[in-house]
Design a protein around this ligand. Structure first.
Ligand SMILES: Nc1ncnc2c1ncn2[C@@H]1O[C@H](COP(=O)(O)OP(=O)(O)O)[C@@H](O)[C@H]1O
Ligand SMILES: [Mg+2]
Length: 239
């Protein structure tokens, strides 16, 4: 079963007199539970593609079926509703609220979901535990390392139990040790919890955690290959 099906996707940005074709004739499927990495040089259309797939923007032309639904016909409200229920995001900048503790940061997406309020606390605590931060539950951002902040962002992406997690350069701001821990958490979500992951990275070592890599170049798919020697998630975090 495919969670994502895109056909002939095109995105053109208009900026005054100039127009930029950011994506052109992009077609592929992602099956439920797959871990896909998208690579490509700066300006090749990676973020544009992630925004379209993550229901944050709409294509200029082409079709997109998400979980069997033709979302190109959706209104902005319908897109927002689907996004809040079925999609989680992890960005390079962690986007945490600085004066708010870990538990409250992770609870945020629940305010926009249709999950009953009496479940929020339990759900948020479980999400924090699942990224190995139970001992940091009531700490604020300033008291956390970069790697821990990104794991809070992962817990926040998970708390609504979305079908798909989209990650745009999740290790981009981290040292290599923290980056490895974050990738171990992401791979664990894929392998143990069956989450579909679509991850953008320019690092080959990060992409090799995925099962499949799509390379973009100037807005078109240059290659779409299976990863032969996939990296494994470490059983324990690097200390
Ligand atoms: N909001 C925008 N308005 C105009 N041009 C944009 C916008 N966003 C991206 N672009 C252009 O689209 C192309 C693809 O950008 P992007 O998807 O951000 O690539 P990447 O993430 O691979 O670096 C680039 O030429 C970029 O300048
Ligand atoms: Mg980008």
């Amino acid at each position: 079963m495919n969670i994502i099906e895109v056909k002939n996707l095109k995105k053109v940005y208009h900026d005054g007199e100039t127009s930029t074709v950011a994506l052109d004739d992009v077609s592929f499927d992602v099956r439920k539970g797959e871990f896909l990495a998208i690579m490509g040089p700066s300006g090749s259309g990676k973020s544009t593609l992630l925004h379209l797939l993550g229901l944050l923007d709409v294509p200029t032309s082409g079709s997109y079926h998400f979980n069997g639904k033709n979302v190109t016909t959706f209104t902005p409200d319908e897109l927002a509703d689907l996004r809040n229920r079925e999609v989680g995001f992890i960005f390079q900048a962690f986007n945490l609220l600085p004066r708010t503790n870990v538990l409250e940061n992770v609870k945020l997406p629940l305010y926009y979901s249709n999950i009953p309020e009496h479940e929020w606390e339990k759900r948020a605590m479980e999400a924090v535990e699942s990224v190995g931060l139970a001992h940091r539950m009531h700490h604020k951002q300033a008291e956390l390392s970069g790697g821990e902040r990104q794991r809070v962002a992962i817990a926040r992406a998970l708390v609504t139990e979305p079908e798909v997690i989209f990650a745009d350069e999740p290790t981009g701001n981290l040292d290599s040790k923290s980056g490895k821990n974050v990738m171990a958490v992401i791979q664990h979500l894929n392998e143990e919890h069956g989450k579909t992951i679509v991850l953008i990275t320019h690092e080959t070592s990060t992409a090799e955690h995925a099962e499949r890599i799509i390379h973009l170049m100037d807005g078109v798919i240059e290659s779409d290959v299976r990863v032969k020697d996939r990296l494994t998630a470490e059983d324990e975090f690097v200390k």
